[in-house]
Design a protein around this ligand. Sequence first.
Ligand code: CAA
Length: 392
Amino acid sequence: MNVGIDKIGFATTQYLLNMDDLAKERGVDPDKYSKGLLLENLSIAPITEDIITLGASAADSILSDEDKETIDMVIVATESSIDQSKAAATYIHHLLGIQPFARSIEMKEACYSATAALDYARLHVEKHPDSKVLVIAADVARYGANTPGEPTQGAGSVAMLVTQNPRILLLNDNSVAQTRDIMDFWRPNYSTTPYVNGMYSTKQYLDMLKTTWAEFQKRFDTSLADFSAFCFHLPFPKLALKGFRKIMDKSLPTQWQEKLQANFESSILYSKQVGNIYTGSLFLGLLSLLENSQNLAAGDRIAFFSYGSGAVAEIFTGTLVDGFQEQLHSSRLQELNQRQPLSVATYEKLFFEEAQLDADGNATFADYLTGPFALKEILGHERLYGRTNDKN
Ligand code: CAA
């Protein structure tokens, strides 16, 4: 049965931090960020925008009423959960008005878990062909001011609707995963920011790419010649570029190498403007590729490298279906340009603000810009969300 991505949506914040401004403030050569990391802007979330509001906004941008009546599973993949017990998917299920007889869960493995969510969705639809599964990858990547990871922060969400006979991408039944118990990036329950062995994490990313790709090629008797594009997890685009160079097969015809290179460039355009969105960043790469590539056609195969610190990596593949272009936007970069730029001082205030709870667990917030959904207040330790234009 043909199962895959029928719709794909994206949401990010209404504020941005320009990398040159950050470099100036931190006393760093701006080229380090623009050329060394390949980043131009980062999306900055105020306290009223989190994985619930971003995830709901991304999904809201693609779902029809009929979808909401048919979806029977909602999976939110995230590193930046807002609750140790309650699944983010339950809030989003409610905010979107999805029919009640659905399973709603949250999945975690750093930046990797959306890949597992997508595979679970694929298997569910194969077993129940009339089902639709909503997979949401949502994260706020927050390392802290003045840390090495600071220039690789970001916030956003990608939502994907998985169905039979999808209109964008068939998910193929071939993948290879790899697990290594390593401490390259982790976040204990008591910490709002991760502990990071940065250089080690980049080495692990590249080594897991090399070894997983070698195993994938061996198991499925395939090579780069069978793919029109390769999408990577994008903690920052420069690392993916190193990965791309690592897997490039110099024996391929020049034209094929150039096609892969052009498609790689297309896949990092949005990430350069948004920064790291952890679980969603691989799929933001897919969206960027599909909405900006000039050379993709139905039947083309795309390879994906998913990486989550800790660490789990996976290579899987998809095939573009006829008419995929009709499901996409062409004005995404213009929309990203409409975000409000912040000074470094304001970014520090917004991005690291913490809820000031009173003795009864209540907190209110200043009026920040958000997408269609916002965290309205915390009442007795309950986070209350709603549409931005609703008064309560
Ligand atoms: N002009 C141009 N380039 C410059 C420059 C200048 N003036 N100064 C430095 N650079 C280049 C450096 O040469 C380097 O590029 P190369 O690696 O190609 O040589 C690049 O800028 C980065 O500079 P540094 O090597 O000095 O590294 P850094 O101190 O800025 O730290 C980092 C880089 C470790 C990745 C840090 O940003 C970090 O800790 N990030 C968070 C962790 C992370 O993203 N890890 C990725 C793998 S883990 C993962 O994928 C999961 C996830 O999403 C977190």
